[in-house]
Design a binder for this molecule. Structure first.
Ligand code: NDP
Ligand code: 8X3
Length: 257
C-alpha cells in the first residue's frame, strides 16, 4: 500500500519541494495552504508527472474551525493512513526591535507558527494514535536554537516549536509515533519576501553572495529522516549552508578563505 504524507504550507518553498520529492517517490499527498490556485496547479502537475493521488485542503491554519472542517474532509478511502505529518507552514513578519514591533506582526507569527501547528497536530492526533505508527516532522529553524538581532518574536515562535517537538516526542513515545524536529538555516524561498512584505529587492539582499540552502536540500533531509528503519528516529536535526554557523553568525561567500 502506498504511504501518505500531509504537508502544511505546500504552496511554496520547502513544503512545495517536499511535495514534489515525495510524489516522485510514490507517496500519496495531502497538501494544504491558503492559495487555492497554487494548490490546484501543484495537484494537476503531480497527477500528470507522477500519477500521484493528491487531495488539496485550502485553509488558514490560524483558524480553528477551518482546521477542524478541512481535516475532517480527508478522504479516508484514498488516504486510509497518514504516515507522515509535516508541520511546515510558517512565516516571519517584520524584522524590528521589540519596542518598534507591530502587534499585528507578532499575532500572525505566534498564531501561525505556534498555534496553527498545534491546531493541526491536535486535530490529527486521535487518528495518528489509532494507527499506532506515524511520523510527525516539525520544521523549526536555527532561529529556534539561538536568536539573532531583531528576530525576537520569530525566534521565540521557533523556540516554541523546539519545545513542542520535545513534548510531543515524550507524549507520543508509547504510541509508536516518531517526532523529528528539522531546523534549517537560511534557505531561499518566499520566506524573506513575506517577511519584508513584498519588498523583493530587500529579500534578495539576504541571499546575495551567500549560497543559501535550497528548498530541495531541506526536502532531501526530510525524506532521509522519514525513510529510516522503523526503530530509528532522528530527534533533532539542524542544517545550514556552508557560510552559516548558527542563527546569528554567517559570512559571505567572498569571505571564504
Ligand atoms: P514560504 O513562504 O516559501 O512558504 C511558507 C508556506 O507556509 C506557504 O506554503 C504558505 O502558504 C504557508 N502558510 C503561511 N501562513 C499560513 C497560514 N496562515 N495558513 C496556511 N498556510 C500558511 O517559506 P518557507 O518554505 O521558507 O517556510 C516553510 C517553513 O520553514 C516555515 O515554518 C519557516 O519558518 C521555516 N523555515 C524557513 C527558513 C528559510 O530560511 N526559508 C529557515 C528555517 C525555517 P499560503 O501562503 O498559500 O497559505
Ligand atoms: C528562517 C531563517 O534566517 O530568519 O528560520 O533564521 S532565519
Amino acid at each position: 500500500m502506498k504511504k501518505s504524507i500531509l504537508i502544511t504550507g505546500a504552496t511554496s518553498g520547502i513544503g512545495k519541494s517536499t511535495a514534489y520529492l515525495f510524489a516522485s517517490k510514490g507517496y500519496n499527498l495531502l497538501l494544504t495552504g491558503r492559495r487555492e490556485e497554487r494548490l490546484q496547479e501543484i495537484k494537476t502537475e503531480l497527477e500528470k508527472e507522477y500519477n500521484s493521488t493528491v487531495q488539496t485542503l485550502c485553509f488558514d491554519i490560524r483558524n480553528q474551525d477551518e482546521v477542524k472542517e478541512n481535516l475532517a474532509s480527508i478522504d479516508h478511502e484514498l488516504f486510509p493512513t497518514i504516515d507522515i505529518l509535516l508541520n511546515n507552514a510558517g512565516l516571519a513578519s517584520g524584522l524590528n526591535t521589540i519596542d518598534n514591533g507591530e502587534f499585528s506582526d507578532w499575532d500572525v507569527m505566534i498564531d501561525t507558527n505556534v498555534k496553527g501547528l498545534l491546531y493541526v497536530t491536535r486535530t490529527l492526533l486521535p487518528k495518528l494514535k489509532e494507527q499506532k505508527t506515524a511520523h510527525i516532522i516539525n520544521i523549526g529553524s536555527t532561529a529556534g536554537k539561538n536568536v539573532y538581532q531583531n528576530g525576537n518574536i520569530y525566534c521565540a515562535t521557533k523556540h516554541a516549536v523546539d519545545a513542542l517537538s520535545q513534548s510531543m516526542r515524550i507524549e507520543l513515545l508509547p504510541f509508536g509515533i516518531k517526532v523529528t524536529a528539522i531546523n534549517p538555516g537560511a534557505c531561499e524561498t518566499e520566506f524573506s519576501v513575506v517577511r519584508f512584505k513584498g519588498d523583493k529587492e530587500r529579500a534578495d539582499k539576504v541571499y546575495k553572495d551567500f549560497d543559501p540552502l535550497t528548498p530541495e536540500d531541506i526536502a532531501d533531509t526530510i525524506y532521509y529522516c522519514a525513510t529510516l528503519p522503523k526503530h530509528v528516529c532522528i530527534n533533532d536535526l539542524t542544517l545550514t549552508c556552508l557560510t552559516q554557523a548558527n542563527a546569528n553568525y554567517n559570512i559571505k561567500k567572498s569571505e571564504l578563505k
